[in-house]
Design a protein around this ligand. Sequence first.
Ligand code: FCB
Length: 463
Amino acid sequence: MKLRFPENFWWGAATSGPQSEGNFKKKHQNIMDYWYEIHPEDFYNNIGPDTASNFYHDFKEDIKLMKKCGLNTVRTSIQWSRLIDDFEKNTVNQEAVDYYNAVINEFLKNDITPFINLHHFDLPIELFHRYGGWENKHVVDLFVGYAEQCFKLFGDRIDYWFTHNEPLVVVEGGYLDRFHYPKKVDGRAAVQVAYNLQLASSKVIKKYREMNLAGQIGIILNLTPAYPASQDMEDIEAGKKADLWYNRLFMDASSKGFFPEQLIELLEDEGVLWKSTEEELSIIRENTIDLLGVNFYHPNRVQRPKYSSNSLAVDFRPDKFWRAYEMPMARMNVDKGWEIFPRAVYDISKDIQENYGNIPWFISENGMGVSKEERFINEDGIVEDDYRIQFIKEHLVYLNKGIKEGSNCLGYHLWTPIDCWSWSNAYRNRYGLISNNIHTQKKRLKKSGYWMKTVVENNSIEV
Ligand code: FCB
């Protein structure tokens, strides 16, 4: 059976500046570069972002390979730490301007629409050392200045802009769960960082609108539907609380213009509500997104917490209201340790349709990280990644169902076009349609890359 997708569907893939470019000719370090410099052992096989997938040098050939996969849209990001020379004055680095112009023009020449994101976990480290990073609202204003430069320089050719990629990961990784630098555990700071990231996004959107450019602007959120372990009231309650934090926090603020009332009450009761002003809240209210990007990898299964949320703890943690639940016999991507649950894509599409005014959205990341893919190289030197084809297909089936029922989904982007560097996991798991030998930087299409081309050509999948 053939499942067709809407006309002009965005078939694409996503990467980011810090994970693909390599640090060539970069004047400043971002927070990840710095983390690698001081703790290389935190990174799988001690591999850092210095070379990444060498996009800085290879972009022309790389974009040709993306074209060979049939992609009509590709997201990457500009590195704040590359583009800006002086963060206070927002002066630009000419080499970086030339580079990003060349990249954008190369995409356009190949008939691929570039989507540009402004912040992909890559805060310039100086702004962390000087101001404490996203905890400080001055950094929010500096980000707006940087974004304004991006709009001025590239806004004539970029139709789709995004303020942040996965702001919640910055909060959780950096301020709660220690999987990203600065690896703090500080619930109060986490809550303020969440608010400041939202404020930054809304202020950037305001700036974009003031500049009267022709494109659209949105945000990329990692949504993880929180499924309760059982239908017991306590588990359902835990699921609702988790949902507020994982999904509604940024979804509501970005698309409706206000934070969920229940979340505010909860944070107030805990005595950790962010510091905000009326003026800021009105900026958030008035500058909602045109378009939502949804990164979906895995669901969250939750159960009631182990201890009463009233227990005495000095520090606030949002997950005191729930506990992760490992569902027996869950279907796993064992390499990455993430559950595979494609139906969630349908649930997300219905949620956006029913609870968010059916705003335009797209899957901005989905994908399957697999380690040691050399195992699957055939005699012709091609990675036979049938598991990835299967994974994508299963998610597309549910997406198609959501679209058929009226959800306003405009596209599907895979993470990622070319195997690239991933934060502390470095090159452990590969996600690409195109393989990359990191020793030789030789790249070639995997079986999934050829498959993707047929999907795009037919604008449908065969199931
Ligand atoms: C997502 C990130 C992306 C990449 C994938 C594997 O959470 O947005 O940068 O690392 O995970």
